[in-house]
Design a protein around this ligand. Structure first.
Ligand SMILES: [Zn+2]
Length: 424
């Protein structure tokens, strides 16, 4: 297991939970989703008799720095060691990665003399495109089974958790990185300051760092509460991520707004001093937009919990009405957000018969907590449900296209947020 997990910084002091960035006490609830099982701990048939552990899913906002975060969590080893998510099972995501690599090579001129390091490189879904263009790469991936899949594809990958110590070792072993990539990892880091300090260590002078993560502005505006799960410790606005990176000597010089995961940011950072990369002005514009949306005001965060309860009530009412009318409902996408949504709303197999998912690693298992069976997508054609609830609503267009046969028997697609909606 390489170096093992990084030390967990002072999250719980004698005075109660403390902010993972600034250490101020956490006293303000953002949203309390109750007790929920770990989203990736899918349940095998033979374990159905055993109750899986549940942990509080209670997001707080720091009254001092406004970082939205989970105050309590399971250990990273529990979460990552047998991780079943293989990025390559989503066509949309692999294509997103391919376009990113093309853009980066075109804009910054990476070539055979560059060094690209991706943190949480998964099964090589992204680095494969750099390899194809002849750019040297290294993946850093804490889940051994996923890293093995990358190695099998010819992507050099080390199995380690990333932090300041790992960064120092990677520099000693292969030199600093001209490009450091982290997609959907920043939010998953328990020891945030150690992680960002590591980015600073790994980055070559004049190097670039890009990170993608769900944008808190969208989570709040579109009530995307189901993107909150235990593996996802921090929820960033541009305001807070700028504060965290700035504290570690890194400067944001550009940002892209992406449709992935319901609305994500791709931030571009470089060393605060001595870097040639000039501000594009888009970062400052985004900060202004967040201020206008109230993200600098604690009151905006304090109102969120009540809005989430209204979404839950609307979805449960829809499913109960469908059942009362004799309609059948299946769901699509056994991703983490589905686990949060189904458990928080208390939706079990009596309301949603099964969850279809393309990943053979998930088929035959059960959604933790609510114990809904996971079936291959072909099961939808065999059972012809009246409604297909899209738990992976962030991939709606891809799924609607793949599952267009649902319309053959008059079935309809349903999305749960920002409020339940039925699509013709
Ligand atoms: Zn704080």
């Amino acid at each position: 297991m390489g170096l093992g997990a990084p030390a967990v910084e002072g999250l719980v002091s004698a005075a109660g939970p403390a902010c993972r960035f600034c250490s101020a006490p956490l006293t303000q609830t953002f949203v309390d989703l109750g007790l929920s099982p770990l989203a990736n701990s899918l349940v095998a048939e033979e374990d159905l008799a055993r109750e899986e552990p549940r942990f509080p899913l209670h997001a707080c906002v720091c009254g001092s720095c406004l970082l939205v975060q989970l105050g309590e969590f399971a250990s990273p080893q529990d979460i990552f060691e047998d991780y079943v998510y293989f990025s390559s099972f989503s066509d949309t995501w692999v294509e997103h990665a391919r376009r990113y690599v093309e853009q980066m090579i075109e804009r910054f001129g990476f070539d055979g003399g560059s060094r690209v390091v991706e943190i949480a490189s998964n099964d090589g879904y992204l680095l494969q495109w750099f390899v194809e263009r002849g750019v040297p790469v290294l993946g850093v991936e804490p889940a051994a089974n996923v890293a093995a899949a990358a190695e099998a594809k010819g992507i050099p990958t080390v199995v380690r958790f990333f932090g300041e110590q790992t960064a120092g070792e990677l520099v000693a072993e292969g030199g600093p990185a001209d490009l450091v990539i982290g997609n959907n990892v920043l939010a998953h880091v328990p020891a945030l300051n150690d992680f960002v300090a590591g980015l600073k260590v790994l980055l070559a002078p004049g190097g670039i760092l890009t990170m993608e993560f769900p944008h808190l502005l969208h989570l709040i505006e579109k009530t995307e509460f189901d993107t909150i799960y235990h593996e996802h410790f921090s929820y960033f606005s541009a305001l807070t991520v700028g504060r965290v990176f700035g504290a570690h000597g890194l400067r944001l010089f550009d940002v892209d707004e992406l449709p992935t995961h319901g609305g994500s940011l791709r931030i571009y950072a470089t060393h605060a001093a001595g870097s040639p990369h000039e501000d594009t002005g888009r970062w400052a514009e985004l900060i202004e937009r967040e201020r206008a949306a109230g993200l600098a005001d604690l009151a905006t965060y304090a109102r969120f919990d009540e809005r989430v309860r209204a979404v839950r009530d609307g979805l449960v009412e829809f499913l109960e009405d469908a059942r009362a009318e004799g309609g059948s409902v299946a769901a699509y996408g056994a991703a983490a957000k589905g686990v949060t949504l189904l458990n928080y709303c208390g939706i079990g197999p009596e309301l949603v018969a099964y969850v279809a998912d393309r990943s053979p690693h998930k088929q035959g298992l059960y959604v933790p907590g609510v114990r809904i069976p996971i079936r291959p997508p072909e099961h939808v054609g065999e059972t012809k449900p009246d409604y297909l609830l899209l738990l992976a609503w962030n991939l709606k267009d891809e799924i609607v296209e793949q599952m267009s046969l649902v319309r053959e028997w008059g079935g309809r697609f349903v999305t749960p947020v920002p409020e339940v909606a039925v699509h013709a």
